[in-house]
Ligand binder design. Structure first.
Ligand SMILES: [Fe+2]
Ligand SMILES: [Fe+2]
Length: 304
């Protein structure tokens, strides 16, 4: 059995003092928003409690689906790197970036510069000089599981938080999924933005969610995981032979009293073989009326 832990959107604080040159328009709004709302709704002690519980479950690997920082200030990245180091080694933890990690255009290179070794493929990383943007999609193979990391993170205009994969990344994703299916691997796709949105999400949706869903419908995957929405979610996408489960987790730092779901993480317990994969999702997190982290639910994904 392979156990994959999944947490997302820690939005690590506290926010460092920005340099004057970093105070661009969108960042100013983001910083005001953090001071007014987010620093109360997102707490580092919540992340610590969640991570402690996750590590006690001794997962074989951990996936972090983006938004590690808040407004992508230069000084936010080194503490986030330290947090990642405490979570596990680059070999044990896989990261994909979120929109807050590339909040403004000047920050686009920061995630790769600071966390590059957490978001590069088995075959690609060794030769890539430090600081080069990671190559997406990247693939990491761990036993019979293949982790496919995508980037939906793009800087966006004020008051928007949309994501985009782009035609080239989608084309390579299709080839990658075929290749990994031929190898008989359990394919887990990691991306920050959910691939299904509602009209209410218009300003924060994945712009090319339709093309992404078409790639999954044609080439398949065994599991898709994401963050961004800060709520617990599970939907099915069409696949070539059977539906594909899609899981979203809340922010790993969300308190019990925020506007969205309190902090939780998922464990995916994967076993079986091609044509007969079995996966059980276990959801653990904060829950009203309970102390610490408790099991919120579990779901068997086989039989679909
Ligand atoms: Fe987020
Ligand atoms: Fe996000």
């Amino acid at each position: 059995m392979f156990v994959l832990g999944h947490l997302s959107d820690p939005h690590l604080g506290p926010l460092p003092t920005p340099r004057l040159s970093e105070l661009t328009g969108k960042r100013v709004l983001g910083i005001i928003n953090w001071r007014r709302r987010r620093r109360v709704a997102h707490r580092s002690e919540v992340v610590d409690t969640l991570v402690h519980d996750l590590q006690a479950a001794r997962p074989d690997h951990i996936a972090v689906t983006g938004d590690l920082v808040n407004v992508a200030l230069d000084l936010e990245f080194a503490p986030a790197r330290q947090w990642l180091s405490r979570l596990g080694t680059p070999d044990h933890v896989t990261v994909v970036p979120g929109n807050h990690d590339v909040y403004v255009r000047s920050a686009v290179q920061y995630p790769a510069r600071h966390w590059g070794d957490y978001m590069r493929g088995d075959g690609v990383g060794a030769a890539a000089p430090h600081g080069r943007p990671a190559h997406f999609p990247f693939v990491r193979r761990r036993g019979s599981v293949a982790l496919i990391g995508l980037s939906t993170a793009v800087p966006t205009a004020w008051l928007t938080a949309t994501g985009k994969l782009g035609a080239e990344q989608l084309m390579r994703l299709a080839d990658t999924l075929d290749h990994l299916r031929h190898l008989g691997l359990f394919r887990v796709v990691l991306l920050h933005h959910p691939p299904t949105s509602t009209m209410a999400d218009r300003l924060k949706r994945l712009i090319d969610e339709g093309p992404f869903r078409r790639v999954i419908a044609e080439h398949g995957a065994e599991l898709v995981i994401h963050g961004h929405s800060h709520v617990q979610s599970m939907v099915w996408l069409d696949g070539p032979n059977r539906p594909v489960p899609v899981f979203g987790v809340p922010s790993a730092s969300a308190t019990l009293h925020g506007r969205r779901d309190p902090a939780a993480y998922n464990l995916y317990r994967i076993e079986g073989e091609p044509g007969d994969w079995r996966c059980e999702a276990v959801i653990r997190g904060l829950h009203n009326g309970h102390h610490g982290v408790v099991e919120i639910g579990r779901q068997q994904l086989n039989g679909h």
